[in-house]
Design a protein around this ligand. Structure first.
Ligand SMILES: NC(=O)c1ccc[n+]([C@@H]2O[C@H](COP(=O)([O-])OP(=O)(O)OC[C@H]3O[C@@H](n4cnc5c(N)ncnc54)[C@H](OP(=O)(O)O)[C@@H]3O)[C@@H](O)[C@H]2O)c1
Length: 296
């Protein structure tokens, strides 16, 4: 009997994301079953029902995708799923809350490559500023950059906000990030001048760095922005810029250049979830490794 490929898409949020539903169908799943508003207590019983109902061969064609918007909760769910599996009832599982893990993975993979291409030799030993970094994308990007050997500062408009974010990052990833308060153009520009790599990860439509600040930075520097909604987080950086010199010695990566790799990474990972010959656990590090591999 030919087995259907099923993806159980589980989220603690009131709705699952249509972005993930569409991408999963496009990756070839025969059915994508959404579960929203799932509490932590309800999660493992759901996974177990998905594990046992189709027998060992069915398990090879059954996968779990954890969405939602909480970084900590989604990673706790991943760990709980991982612990509940045993041979031969292992399912493949991926976590990507609101696309943030694949976005952060693509962002750090792109800046790592651009840093190599433009005279910085990669991220090892480099200073990285994650501006507006308390969202999920900023937190995970900070952790991935530290794992690549960078010294990272992460900002919020409130110092306590930045401190809470770096505490969570340390707890989840074991990485040390410095918390900084930044809420004005002047402070963002100062932090950018102290870093060789600048990641703009604030909410949509928030301008962090002006063209005038950018012109004064000098290089070599790499700057990247994930906000695709005007105004840009980094003024003058165009959505498709992909290593473009946007000021003397400053090389820019725009949100659509990052978004293109994010899309390819998520598509490739969803394809891996369907592979009956391997059972995989896809966490932010696995997403980063895939994004890096796709860049060549
Ligand atoms: N390109 C892609 O494929 C893709 C995919 C997913 C997400 N994204 C983008 O990634 C970005 C981050 O998303 P997210 O969900 O991680 O975080 P988010 O919740 O959208 O943004 C959080 C950050 O924005 C900062 N912020 C909000 N308003 C601000 C203001 N007026 N001035 C300065 N900072 C401000 C917050 O600072 P405080 O700590 O001070 O509040 C916080 O650090 C968004 O622009 C989103 O659209 C892109």
């Amino acid at each position: 009997m030919e087995r259907k490929d099923l993806l159980h898409l589980i989220s603690a949020d009131p709705q699952v994301s249509p972005f993930d539903v569409n991408m999963a169908y496009d990756a070839g799943f025969d059915a994508v079953i959404p579960y929203s508003g799932v509490s932590e207590k309800e999660f493992v019983p759901l996974v177990q029902d998905a594990m046992f109902s189709r027998g060992p061969r069915g398990a090879q064609h059954t996968a779990i995708f954890i969405g939602g918007s909480s970084l900590s909760l989604s990673l706790r769910m991943l760990e709980a799923a991982r612990k509940s599996f045993f041979d031969p009832f292992r399912l493949s599982v991926m976590v990507d809350p609101r696309g943030a893990f694949t976005t952060a993975a693509a962002l750090v993979a792109k800046v790592r490559k651009a840093s190599k291409d433009h005279g910085l030799g990669g991220l090892k030993g480099r200073r990285v500023a994650v501006l507006g970094g308390t969202g999920t994308v900023g937190r995970v990007a900070a952790a991935l950059a530290v794992r690549e050997g960078a010294q990272v500062v992460l900002t919020s408009r409130r110092l306590e906000g930045a401190q809470e974010a770096v505490d969570e990052v340390r707890g989840l990833f074991g990485t040390q990030v410095e918390a900084r308060q930044a809420g004005s153009e002047e402070v963002f520009a100062k932090l950018a001048s102290e870093a060789e790599v600048v990641l703009a990860t604030a909410a949509v439509g928030v301008k962090l760095l002006s063209q005038a600040s950018l012109q004064k930075l000098g290089g070599p520097r790499v700057v990247a922005d994930v906000n695709a909604v005007p105004p840009a987080g980094i003024e003058g950086l165009k959505p498709h810029d992909d290593g473009t010199e946007i000021a003397p010695g400053v090389f820019g990566l725009g949100p659509l250049a990052v978004g293109d790799l994010k899309f390819r990474t998520e598509a490739a990972l969803l394809g891996t979830l369907r592979d009956p010959d391997q059972r995989v656990v896809i966490d932010p590090q696995a997403a980063f490794e895939r994004a890096t591999h796709l860049l060549g």
